[in-house]
Design a protein around this ligand. Structure first.
Ligand code: HEC
Length: 102
């Protein structure tokens, strides 16, 4: 019983603090589908600009995370903070910087 409680606690703690592999797969799909609808499937740009890793290379992960969380006022770039946790958003920022599309 005690170990069950500990297990549940650790599951809750990890979902708040970090992205699990199944969640990472969902987020990867979201970057493709949702971000891709404006930034292109290959992230080369469309309505939104090119956001390939090499284009974003000068960004710190926190800077990107804040753009993703808050959007860019006065442009079609929407804020994702209402839909995603900070852990999700940080994961996407790291993903954009490390995952190349070519
Ligand atoms: C409805 C269209 C739309 C969607 C969906 C969208 N974006 Fe954007 N995004 C834009 C536009 C337009 C800009 C450029 C805004 C400007 O003029 O500065 C932008 C800008 C950005 C930038 C800044 C790029 C730079 O060079 O400074 C990043 C990073 C970004 N988007 C990431 C994302 C991510 C990650 C997602 C998915 C979670 C996403 N966007 C979804 C339209 C969109």
């Amino acid at each position: 019983m005690r170990s069950l409680v500990l297990l549940l606690l650790s599951v809750c703690a990890s979902s708040a603090a970090e992205v699990t592999p199944p969640r990472a797969a969902e987020l990867e799909n979201m970057v493709l589908q949702d971000c891709g609808s404006c930034h292109g499937l290959m992230r080369k740009g469309g309505l939104g600009p090119d956001i390939r890793a090499k284009t974003l290379a000068d960004y710190e992960p926190q800077g990107l995370a804040s753009i993703i969380k808050n959007g860019i006022d006065g442009t079609p770039m929407p804020p994702w903070g209402p839909l995603l946790s900070d852990a999700d958003i940080n994961w996407i920022a790291e993903y954009l910087l490390k995952e190349t599309t070519e």
